[in-house]
Each structure stands twice: as C-alpha cells, then as structure tokens.
Design a protein around this ligand. Structure first.
Ligand SMILES: *[C@@H]1O[C@H](CO)[C@@H](O)[C@H](O)[C@H]1NC(C)=O
Ligand SMILES: *[C@@H]1O[C@H](CO)[C@@H](O)[C@H](O)[C@H]1NC(C)=O
Ligand SMILES: *[C@@H]1O[C@H](CO)[C@@H](O)[C@H](O)[C@H]1NC(C)=O
Ligand SMILES: *[C@@H]1O[C@H](CO)[C@@H](O)[C@H](O)[C@H]1NC(C)=O
Ligand SMILES: *[C@@H]1O[C@H](CO)[C@@H](O)[C@H](O)[C@H]1NC(C)=O
Ligand SMILES: *[C@@H]1O[C@H](CO)[C@@H](O)[C@H](O)[C@H]1NC(C)=O
Ligand SMILES: *[C@@H]1O[C@H](CO)[C@@H](O)[C@H](O)[C@H]1NC(C)=O
Ligand SMILES: *[C@@H]1O[C@H](CO)[C@@H](O)[C@H](O)[C@H]1NC(C)=O
Ligand SMILES: *[C@@H]1O[C@H](CO)[C@@H](O)[C@H](O)[C@H]1NC(C)=O
Length: 469
C-alpha cells in the first residue's frame, strides 16, 4: 500500500509529516527506550466473593500490575511460570510487528511449562491508549492473571483532551469458580478490580466482602480506563449521577460524547473522562451489570464499586442507577455501538499508518463469512465450531512449524463460507494474502452473545447488523 494524502481530513497528515521530519533531522537519538518487567506468575489465595479460592497472581498481585509505557518503547517481560500448569500470556490489541510468532496464543507460541520462564519482547508503536493482557489458554483468565497496558503518547504527539487529574484503571468481568468439563452457566458474580460488590442490598450481597473504592477530589476530571476482562458476560457500565465522556477505545480516539451508561463486551477497553461535578452529600455507585439476561435472576451477579469524593458526607445508599430496560430488544445496544465514531482528525498514531485512510475505497482482496453455531457433539465431546470446523490446536504452533519448515502440521483450506454437512474437527487455517485487505463477516447462529479476540491485529469495524432482518 502506498501512503495517500487524505483530502477529507487534512489535519492528520500535517502532524504525521511533522513527526517524520523530526525523526529525520534528529537521527542521533539512537535506540528507542526499553522497559523491563520481571513477573512471577503463581496461584495466590483471594476471596473476591467472600469464599477463599486460588487465583492467578502476578508478583503476588491480583489483578496484575499495569504495564505503563510510551509509544515506541520496547517492552521486555520475563515471565516465570510458577503455576503447576502451562501458561501463555497474550497482549490484547497490541499489534506484534517484528515478532508475531510470540504473541502468546496457541497458534504462535508454545505454552511456558510449569517452572520455566519465557521473555516476551515487543515494541509498542502507532497505538496510543488502553489495552490489557491475559492468560490465553484454557480458562485461565477466568482465574485472573490479567492486568492493564497503557501506551502513552510521546510529548510531540498531541492528545485531543486536557491532561486529566488522575488515571484510573478498572477491570470489570464475570467471575466463576470453574468445574472441569461443565458448561459455564451463570457466573457467581461480577468483580471490579478483583473485588466483589459493595453491599448495596443486604439480601443480595452477603456481609464481609471487600469492595473497590475509587478516591477522587471534587471538581477534578479523571480518566477511567475500563476493561471487560470476563469470560462471556457483556456488561453495562455506569457511574451514578455522573456523565462519562468517551474519548478512546483500544488505541483509537473517538468523537467525544457523553454516555450515562455504556455496554462493554468481553475483551473491550474504553477510556472515559469523568468530572466530579456532583455534590458530596454521599458516595456514588459504580456499576457493571450483566446484559441480555433475565435481570431478576442475575441481579445478585452485579459488580458494584464506590466512588468516594474526598469531602464525601456519607455512604452511597438506595437503589443502583437503572440499567437500560431492554431485555427483549437488542437494538439499544447495537445503536449505542454504532454511535461510537472514530475521531479521524485527532492527531494520533493509527493502526494503519503506512496505508490508505480512505477506508471506503480500499480494494478488499478476501471476504470470509465466519459463522458460529451452538456447541455440537463431535467424537463424544461438546465443541464449538466456526463454519462447521472445530479447531484442534496442533502440538507444534503453526508459526513455529513455518519457522522449522515442518509439513503437515496444519492445512490452509479454511472455508470462506460455512461448510454444509456434519461438523468436524480440523487444523485448518485461513490463507491470508500478504498486504491484502480482508473483510470478515461474523454471523452468530448461537442463541447467546459471542465475542471474538482478533489476536495481533487492529481491526476497523465497518458495520453491525441483525443478520436476520
Ligand atoms: C505512567 O507513567 C507516566 C510517566 O512515564 C506517568 O506520568 C503516569 O502518571 C503513569 N500512569 C499511571 C497510570 O501510572
Ligand atoms: C529466564 O530468566 C533468566 C533470569 O532472569 C534470564 O536470564 C533468562 O534469559 C530467562 N530465559 C528466558 C527464555 O526468558
Ligand atoms: C477530534 O479531535 C480534534 C483534534 O484534537 C478536536 O479538535 C475535535 O474537537 C475532536 N472532535 C470531536 C467531535 O471530538
Ligand atoms: C434487595 O433485593 C431484593 C431482591 O431483589 C429486593 O426484593 C429488595 O427490595 C431489595 N432491597 C432494597 C432495600 O432495595
Ligand atoms: C458532557 O457532560 C458534562 C457534564 O457532566 C458537560 O460539562 C460536557 O459539556 C458534556 N460534553 C459533551 C461533549 O457533551
Ligand atoms: C446532592 O445531589 C443529590 C443527587 O443529585 C441530590 O439528591 C441532593 O439533593 C443534593 N444535595 C444538595 C445538598 O445539594
Ligand atoms: C426470569 O427469571 C425468573 C426467576 O427465575 C422467572 O420467574 C421468569 O420467568 C424469567 N423471565 C424470563 C423472561 O425468562
Ligand atoms: C483499487 O483497484 C482499482 C482497480 O484496480 C485501482 O484503480 C485503485 O487505485 C485501487 N484502489 C486502492 C485504494 O488501492
Ligand atoms: C441459525 O441459522 C438458521 C439458518 O440460517 C436460521 O434459520 C436460524 O434462525 C439461525 N438461528 C439463530 C439463533 O441465529
């Protein structure tokens, strides 16, 4: 792809050109900086819902530490697997450029055996914003092991809002003590930063649960980076009586709009600016409640944290702020997602800096329809399928097989349309064209919400629809 000057948004080309010029006239800044992290990943005991259990901690912390780095930095993370099982950590939304084979999913890396260490190294480039990492194999992320990644702008790159007074990372997600082989079913709760709900209702929330408190000062504006780190539950996020100004999602600045609540699906990360503009007669609730579920059964599965003004005169009390009341109507959520627009004139690094910004005129080289169906029984086991194929990870990760020129590890025949006939097990990969543009259409033929983790790439969502009508 060649670089094109965009006629419609001239403001962007200028800051980019200015940066290039700077790099060219100041070539003596030798290497980009390195940030080193040493992580010991082990089971630790925590009681997020009042009952002691094993969770995955990093250096004894749950959630894990925030990786706070600046664009262009090289990040080196030496991970020691102190669990009694294999471990892989992946970096959600961070594009792996040079070392795509070490992105920490089964297709690229071998898991780190128990007792071994492995050093991830990658450069954060052209992506400024909020991301998170998590263990990628099995259901480990249901047990913790996750944490935030913040990529800051370099000083020469402007940010489209004033520097907030504080920066607050919030992990929200469903939580369940897992039993091997059982269906996931209903979660036991929704955690916020690894903690259970504030006792807003004595019937629904037992006594003695440790909850998260966010300390703020009146009149100040804070950036909240909210990540849904759960397994399968979409959450509606809201802060009682406070507007949330959406400014960024996963490394893209958005057109700035206020929301009183926002649906955050599994794997999504959003930044909101929240101004503490309410009186301090009491604390306020921060809520994450399950979406698309029968509210009466699920009300005990609600995450509640506390927003505490430094001059607060009392505890939060009374009912939680209302969720959208649309159990039978998913259009609210879809319209809300559609209302989130990219601010293409904000001077930021972009997912596709070398290519065309005129998305409407991209020549799509491949189109894949990926259709998922409810789990099917294949060879006696319940298995999820895409286009009729249930992927079975080969012993050798495909990218390693490429490196060592091993044949027969996988097939390159993943169908571009759903297969007809009985579902089957396969090691079939999509054969992507180098430098091509692929359009992927996800069709959910299950009766439940489905979320996808598109590892190692930044994607541009071009549309959503109810595909039945
Ligand atoms: C991240 O590091 C920068 C300095 O590089 C600092 O200004 C900022 O406060 C840090 N952010 C967080 C959330 O720790
Ligand atoms: C394991 O950790 C040691 C000590 O920090 C380090 O020297 C070594 O490079 C690491 N090995 C790998 C494969 O990351
Ligand atoms: C988009 O970003 C630009 C540049 O920072 C800013 O001036 C403008 O107000 C933003 N637009 C919206 C609608 O948020
Ligand atoms: C607490 O929750 C229960 C069950 O949903 C409900 O019946 C009750 O009214 C709630 N109590 C208060 C004080 O809101
Ligand atoms: C968002 O809401 C705040 C009040 O909470 C208001 O001051 C601000 O102007 C609003 N911004 C937009 C873009 O609507
Ligand atoms: C403070 O704000 C709350 C919520 O908006 C309101 O109910 C209350 O009357 C206000 N109190 C004062 C003293 O302004
Ligand atoms: C929601 O759950 C309640 C309690 O289990 C049940 O009585 C009710 O029929 C359910 N409603 C729907 C729409 O499924
Ligand atoms: C798309 O293909 C057409 C015809 O080959 C070509 O004229 C056009 O320049 C291409 N557009 C882009 C953005 O590459
Ligand atoms: C699944 O696909 C079939 C055939 O296209 C359709 O009849 C059915 O309504 C779909 N079910 C769901 C839940 O999307």
């Amino acid at each position: 792809m060649k670089m094109e000057r965009r006629r419609s948004f001239p403001a962007v080309a200028l800051p980019l050109l200015a940066v290039w010029a700077l790099v060219m006239v100041v070539p003596c800044f030798a290497g980009d900086p390195y940030a080193y992290f040493d992580w010991d990943v082990s089971f630790i005991t925590a009681a997020p819902l009042g009952v002691k259990q094993q969770v995955i901690g990093i250096n004894g912390q749950f959630p894990g530490p925030v990786v706070n780095v600046t664009t262009n930095w090289n990040v080196v993370v030496n991970v020691l697997n102190d669990l009694d099982e294999p471990l892989l950590i992946t970096w959600n939304g961070i594009q792996q450029r040079k070392n795509s084979w070490q992105d920490g999913v089964l297709g690229t890396n071998c898991p780190i055996p128990s007792g071994w260490n492995w050093t991830y190294q990658f450069q954060v480039k052209d992506q400024i914003g909020s991301f998170f990492y998590f263990p990628s194999t099995g259901f480990q992320r249901a047990a913790g092991g996750y944490g935030g990644v913040i990529v800051n702008n370099r000083d020469v790159i402007a940010v489209p809002f004033d520097k907030p007074h504080g920066d607050i990372t919030l992990f929200v997600g469903d939580w369940k003590a897992l039993d091997d082989g059982k269906d996931l079913g209903m979660p036991d709760g929704v955690l916020m930063n690894g903690k259970g709900p504030y006792r807003y209702n004595k019937t629904l929330v037992p006594d003695g649960i440790d909850y998260e408190t966010i300390h703020v000062h009146p009149g100040k504006t804070y950036r909240f980076r909210v990540h849904n780190v759960g397994i399968s539950t979409s959450l509606n996020f809201r802060i009682q009586n406070h507007n949330m100004l959406l400014v960024e999602t996963e490394g893209s600045y958005t057109v700035q709009q206020n929301y009183t609540n926002l649906d955050i699906h599994v794997g999504q990360s959003y930044s909101f600016l929240v101004t503490m503009d309410q009186n301090a007669s009491s604390d306020y609730y921060i809520v994450a409640s399950a979406r698309f579920v029968n509210e009466s059964r699920w009300s005990r599965v609600t995450g509640v944290a506390i927003l505490h003004y430094s001059n607060s005169k009392g505890k939060a009390s009374g009912p939680l702020p209302d969720p959208p009341n649309d159990f039978y109507d998913k259009s609210f959520s879809m319209n809300q997602a559609r209302s989130i627009r990219w601010n293409l004139s904000a001077g930021a690094a972009r997912p596709n800096p070398q290519g065309s910004f005129r998305y409407g005129s991209i020549n799509v080289s491949q189109v894949y329809v990926l259709k998922n169906k409810p789990p099917a029984v294949i060879d006696g086991k319940r298995r999820a399928t895409l286009n009729g194929i249930s992927y079975s990870p080969p012993e050798t990760p495909p990218r390693l097989a490429d490196e060592y020129k091993l044949k027969g590890v996988y097939t390159l025949d993943f169908p571009s349309r759903p297969l007809k006939g009985a579902p089957k097990i396969g090691r079939s990969l999509i054969d992507g064209t180098y430098r091509g543009f692929m359009e992927i259409i996800f069709q959910n033929n299950d009766t439940k919400m489905q979320t996808y983790h598109m590892d190692g790439y930044a994607f541009f969502v071009v549309g959503y629809a109810n595909w039945h009508g």
